[in-house]
Ligand binder design. Structure first.
Ligand code: GDP
Ligand code: MG
Length: 177
């Protein structure tokens, strides 16, 4: 997808229940000008935000679960995204074990692009029900050559860092400072 005029499109990807919609909601609640009437688009959030003293329009899509594997919507996600946040829950090992397959699918679909992907271990606040350690998350991200962050969408922990981080990743790939 072409990145026009500093509009960056980010896809939230991952299994059901990992916290994608909650993460999207924290983005929607960030300060910054809301650039569209979002009344009919509860699954799309557009904000103009400042990252490293430069403004950017970030559009976050929470539409992944509406599609089936092999379906047109998944292909649409693949083509639309300038970057992908693969979210798993640190309390759900199954969601973690799905990550490599999803990432390979993304990369196979965009073979000529070095697409920015961040592996997001969400629900870091639920220490007692944790099934995936921080080290395991980091290690998998290293193996798959993508970035990694742990967040708590519930406590808004690291959520701003996540969305700023994805902007930086896209800027790096574009080769603009
Ligand atoms: P989605 O299916 O990936 O969109 O997941 P949701 O955003 O609907 O979240 C699923 C459930 O997990 C909801 O009950 C959320 O309130 C809860 N949840 C999401 N993120 C967190 C988090 O960071 N910490 C905790 N404790 N609960 C969370
Ligand atoms: Mg959801």
């Amino acid at each position: 997808a072409a990145q026009k005029d500093g509009v960056f499109k980010v896809m939230l990807v991952g299994e059901s229940g990992v916290g994608k919609s909650t993460l999207a909601g924290t983005f929607g609640g960030l300060q910054g000008e809301s650039t569209h009437d979002l009344e009919n688009a509860e699954d799309t959030y557009e904000r103009r935000i400042m990252v490293d003293k430069e403004e950017v329009t970030l559009v976050v899509y929470d539409i992944w679960e509406q599609g089936d594997s092999g379906g047109w919507l998944r292909d649409h996600c693949l083509e639309t995204g300038d970057a992908f946040l693969i979210v798993f829950s640190v309390t759900d090992r199954r969601s973690f074990s799905k990550v490599p397959e999803t990432l390979l699918w993304l990369r196979a679909g965009r073979p000529h692009h070095d697409i920015p992907v961040i592996l997001v271990g969400n629900k870091s606040d639920l220490a007692r029900s944790r099934e995936v350690s921080l080290e395991e998350g980091r290690h998998l991200a290293g193996t798959l050559s993508c970035k990694h962050i742990e967040t708590s969408a519930a406590l808004h922990h690291n959520t701003r860092e996540l969305f700023e981080g994805v902007v930086r990743q896209i800027r790096l790939r574009r080769g603009s400072g």
